[in-house]
Design a protein around this ligand. Structure first.
Ligand code: SF4
Length: 369
């Protein structure tokens, strides 16, 4: 495991590299003895070519390939309160650029052919690192994939917007996988995602009909969420749980340069810089639920935490798993059947006190699915 975002050794991996990692990876694949953790400061002086990684030279490279390709970066939305994209990426990254899109499409095509020549019969997956792919970029991407004669899987982040419906058929035929930041699906939009729960739910159901794998990402411990909101989100997750191929529920971590941090007073939260700065001070994550989130609600912290614990436990039961840690309660591959309203009512009644609202909300939205 490696990359610029890595800051410390990860015991789950045999090797961890902080920094760019090209030289380290090459040494590793050449079969050289390398340390389990390495901080690489040297940036590659030239563009590494695929021929540097050919199978016959590199005994370590004998399994399926997953390739991360940096594509149209940035986000055309850029307004989610917890996200750093709005301030860290200037607007020119968020605008559509046809010639850049074409270059990337062509490059992807030639990389795929090279890989197929080197590693026959292996599944190749491109992980597009758009923060959130826009409509025009998706259109170019699909056209480019349709033109290529090699088959590969590809993954992209996408916002569950209504226009995505028009592309589902093509996405399915082009072996796409959608990585969706749902974040929170209730009547209100506490992270300013700009998408209604109903649209996200309907899109997921349609994607399922097209057999498109969905990687679903949700957040909890979001400021200004109460029991009712969590009931709504849990009900909506239940309605589409069978459409997910992987499911992540992670705790919101407030970072600097986000709206939550900048406008902490408006959100009635106190940000604790000592927690937020943990990475700079080379500290390890703190085990305690309360501290990891890096904030305290001013008025109702205890109720807030209790509700969120119940939320995580109920969602774990809905997803037929258990809570692993309070940091990321759920992070797993899933393959579930649709679930009935009655079963959901029973599960949620165990965790939340407002049974009347659980019943009313289920009746309100379930029929619309
Ligand atoms: S859609 Fe995704 S990348 Fe864009 S602002 Fe929201 S969280 Fe950030």
């Amino acid at each position: 495991m490696g990359g610029p975002g890595v800051i410390e050794e990860n015991p789950l991996f045999t090797h961890t590299v902080a920094g760019p990692g090209e030289y380290f990876l090459k040494e590793l694949l050449m079969g050289k003895k390398v340390p389990s953790f390495y901080r690489e400061t040297k940036y590659p002086s030239y563009k590494f070519k695929l021929t540097d990684f050919l199978l016959n030279n590199l005994p370590g490279m004998n399994s399926d390939i997953s390739l991360s390709i940096k594509t149209f970066d940035g986000c055309y939305w850029g307004k989610c309160y917890f996200c750093t994209y709005n301030s860290n990426y200037p607007c020119y990254f968020t605008e559509f650029n046809e010639s850049r899109a074409d270059i990337i499409a062509e490059t992807m095509d030639s990389i795929t052919s090279d890989i197929k020549k080197s590693v026959q019969n292996k599944e190749v997956t491109f992980y597009m690192s758009h923060a959130s792919i826009g409509k025009e970029h998706l259109r170019i991407l699909l056209n480019s994939i349709k033109k290529t004669d090699v088959i590969f899987r590809w993954v992209t982040f996408i916002r569950p917007e209504i226009w995505v419906m028009d592309f589902l058929k093509d996405i399915g035929e082009c072996k796409g996988i959608l990585d969706i930041g749902y974040e929170f699906l209730g009547e209100k939009d506490p992270v300013n995602k700009g998408i209604s729960a109903e649209i996200a739910v309907n899109l997921s159901l349609k994607a399922y009909e097209h057999k498109i794998p969905l990687k679903a990402n949700f957040l909890y411990c979001i400021p200004d969420t109460e029991e009712k909101d969590m009931i709504e989100c849990a009900v909506n997750i239940s309605r589409i749980r069978h459409t997910f191929t992987s499911f992540v529920l992670g705790q919101l971590f407030i970072e600097k340069e986000t709206e939550f941090y900048r406008r902490s007073k408006d959100f009635r939260i106190t940000c604790h810089d000592s927690v937020i700065d943990y990475a700079l001070k080379d500290r390890h994550y703190i085990d305690h639920f309360e501290d990891y989130s890096g904030f305290r609600t001013l008025d109702n912290y205890d109720i807030f935490i209790e509700n969120n614990k119940q939320f995580a436990l109920s969602v774990a039961e809905i997803m037929e798993t258990v809570v692993d840690t309070w940091e990321d309660p759920i992070d797993k591959e899933v393959k579930l059947h649709p679930i009935s309203k009655e079963k959901i009512y029973k599960i949620l009644s165990k965790y939340f006190g407002d049974k009347d609202y659980i019943r009313r909300y289920i009746e309100k939205v379930w029929g619309e699915t």
